[in-house]
Design a protein around this ligand. Structure first.
Ligand code: SF4
Length: 195
């Protein structure tokens, strides 16, 4: 079976998931959106209010800022897939708890295996710590490439954090310049994922 078919199957499986309590309060499951052959897989924390209403990731205020950053870095939406560690919204946007992360993480690992991105960018501490299985601070993790279980990962701040703290904009832009440079190299070296 082709990866796209398997991805559709995974999407259906997630849509019906009851593995943690968040299925009781969600409106819509947010599987993720984007290219099925992406260069970059962006991973955020969890759906917010607007995402939960629409079933689409990064469509609220933070999503608008994220789109602006991607535009400034000249990263095409055709070459990315965007998702979250949790596929359902935690009530009042609280931080995901360890049990929710443990239950939902296999879906992300399935997405990574099927989408096979050139690299992953984690957005924010919750996504970074869940994927890299660490408790370090974002200050020490951001802007440093690492390889985890064979996946190339670059952590940076979540756009929502930039809305709360203007001071994070400059280091985030530094990180996005690294992301842009690696994205361009991947684009040049790949006849499959290029335009
Ligand atoms: S957050 Fe993940 S594990 Fe929990 S119900 Fe939703 S899809 Fe299932």
């Amino acid at each position: 079976m082709q990866n796209e078919e398997l991805l559709k199957e995974l999407r259906c499986q997630v849509a019906e998931c009851h593995l943690c309590d968040l299925h009781e309060t969600r409106n819509k499951v947010v599987f993720g959106a984007g290219s099925t052959n992406p260069i970059i897989l962006f991973v955020g924390e969890a759906p917010g209010r607007t995402e939960d209403e629409k079933g689409i990731p990064f469509v609220g205020q933070a999503g608008a800022l994220f789109a602006k950053i991607l535009g400034a870095a000249e990263i095409s939406s055709e070459h990315i897939f965007v998702t979250n560690i949790l596929k359902c919204r935690p009530p009042r946007n609280r931080t995901p708890n360890p049990e929710e992360v443990a239950r939902c993480l296999p879906y992300l690992m399935g997405q990574i295996a099927l989408l096979n991105p050139s690299f992953v960018v984690t957005l924010g501490r919750a996504a970074t710590c869940a994927l890299l299985e660490t408790n370090q601070s974002m200050g020490s993790l951001r802007g440093k490439w690492c390889s985890h279980k064979g996946i190339l990962v670059l952590p940076t701040y979540h756009p929502a954090a930039l809305l709360r703290n203007e001071g994070l904009k400059s280091p985030t832009w530094d990180d996005f310049q690294m992301i842009r440079d690696t994205y361009r190299k991947c684009l040049e070296n790949s006849s499959v994922k290029g335009d």
